[in-house]
Design a binder for this molecule. Structure first.
Ligand code: PMM
Length: 295
């Protein structure tokens, strides 16, 4: 199932030698799973530090909700939310990623200590994003995206979702390289839940090897998302709410790591930190067995 158990490293970041754990801190009043919890900068920094204590390798800080139906915040407000938290976490020695679609926010966050830019629009929302990331010299996450959150659910039309997402991500990788970002600094992400129905998300998780065939590390960010709620529908047809999806998230982390994901992005780190280590031990065991058979 998995041709290369150890995920490829990303230039500019440590090589953890296993699937990395990216913890999430949303400094927003309205994100679907943790909105309002860490809106205060001091609480947000403490949350990031706690995520690292729980096993996160890096922490993704976002100031704009991208939940389905969400409308945008302006740049000044996004900066007001994000910068103190990036600065505070960097001062604590945490590796910080900034989750933004704006070049100006990305640049200011890197100046404040962020080491990775995570753009859910894959550079499509702001034409200045790719040149700006190239100039900053940091790695860049390109997520599959078909439009802003307020109407993205209407864009979930696919023939073969895996083939189409791979093709659209390939275009984004080419655009990033043309803008001056070295391929070794690029991470791709299928964008689970973004212009996708539950069945599309499941197909993309199952199709991880096809995404990996693009030759870039893959970030899987399914934490607490709708498709997990669908998978956990009870006998009466009730879907589990977002706050009850952490065990399912850890199960997804194990599957993603087993399939060679470079990193998984999660709201709770401890169970996922165990999951990626189990997947790593399994991969090592399999390699050792293969070496013995070769002898
Ligand atoms: N999903 C959310 C936010 N940022 N970033 C990446 N790279 N991939 C994602 O799927 C993604 C993301 C959705 O909201 P959340 O922060 O509450 O998970």
């Amino acid at each position: 199932m998995n041709s290369r158990p150890v995920p490829v490293a990303v230039e500019g970041l440590p090589d953890w030698g296993r699937c990395a754990v990216m913890g999430v801190v949303n400094v927003t009043p309205d994100s679907f799973s943790d909105g309002g919890h860490w809106f205060d900068p001091t609480a947000a920094v403490k949350r990031g530090v706690d995520l690292v204590a729980d096993g996160a390798d890096l922490v993704d800080v976002g100031g704009e909700s991208t939940r389905p139906g969400a409308f945008r915040v302006d740049e000044a407000e996004e900066l007001r939310r994000v910068l103190p938290v990036v600065r505070g976490l960097a001062a604590e020695g945490v590796l910080v990623s900034v989750d933004t679609m704006r070049a100006g926010v990305a640049r200011r966050a890197v100046e404040a200590g962020a080491v990775l830019v995570n753009d859910v629009s894959g550079g499509l929302a702001d034409p200045a994003m790719m040149p700006s990331v190239a100039a900053c010299g940091v790695p860049f996450v390109l997520m599959h995206w078909r439009g802003f959150s307020h109407d993205m659910d209407s864009r979930a039309g696919y023939g073969d979702v895996v083939t189409e997402v791979v093709a659209e991500l390939r275009d984004r990788v080419d655009a990033a390289v043309a803008a001056g970002i070295p391929a070794k600094r690029l991470v791709i992400d299928p964008g689970l839940g973004f212009a996708k129905e539950a069945r599309h998300d499941l197909a993309l998780v199952a199709g991880l090897p096809a995404l990996r065939a693009l030759g870039r590390p893959v970030l899987v960010a399914g934490s607490r998302k709708r498709f997990l709620g669908h998978a956990l529908t009870d006998a009466r047809g009730n879907r589990s709410p977002a706050r009850d999806r952490d065990a399912a998230t850890a199960a997804l982390s194990a599957i993603a790591a087993h399939q060679g994901a470079w990193a998984v992005r999660v709201h709770e780190a401890s169970a996922t930190a165990d999951a990626v280590r189990v997947a790593h031990a399994l991969a090592q065991g399999r390699e050792a067995a293969a070496r013995r058979t070769d002898r």
